[in-house]
Design a protein around this ligand. Sequence first.
Ligand SMILES: *Cc1c(COP(=O)(O)O)cnc(C)c1O
Length: 222
Amino acid sequence: MSIAENLQEIKSTLGDCKLIAVSKTKPKEDLMEAYEAGQRALGENKVQELCDKAEDLPKDIEWHMIGHLQRNKVKYIAPFVHLIHSVDSVRLLKEINKQGKKIDRVIPVLLQMHIAEEESKFGLDEKELDELLSSDAFKEMEHIEVKGLMGMATFTDDEDKIRREFKSLKKTFDKISKQYNDDKLNLHELSMGMSGDYQIAIEEGSTMVRIGSKIFGKRKAH
Ligand SMILES: *Cc1c(COP(=O)(O)O)cnc(C)c1O
């Protein structure tokens, strides 16, 4: 099936959930094929690749940074990134705020939560999230808008385990949406679900799925 057909098939099952087409490692022609099919939200996980693609491709593409972000690279995406999904420390948040201030832009972010039982994944735990959101440092960050949470489930065939992890993220999301909500915290987005588990994620309350290989085909090891 073509990229356009894959997109159409996936979109027909998403309801109100937003689709981020994850185009990492794929050539610009593939991204253009998705664009021609009407897809505007694209996700990348490396700053250099994201900037390179953004420079050459149409300006109305919404670029989503979904991968681990190093602080010294924030400045390259700060002017145009649509949403950073992968904020996993106060230090990174501070740097994003600093770069936003320099260019007078409020930068939309999601906080990445550690939900997988696997150890290698990045993200905050609940205690760290609470500390961050209630800290004075956070209250002073005027160039950040936290729009929600992101999480990645364990890579496994065990659907019950995946579901448990998504459920726990949704529970945290509901809790903090009630507890904190002001100008800087505008918690509406829950970014969870990838090619292998997005149906479960949607059932568990995802508002944004990040789908790559199911649209663009398998990636070579990166
Ligand atoms: C690569 C990636 C995806 C997409 O993965 P697929 O399994 O190809 O759909 C989603 N989220 C993040 C954070 C990724 O790095």
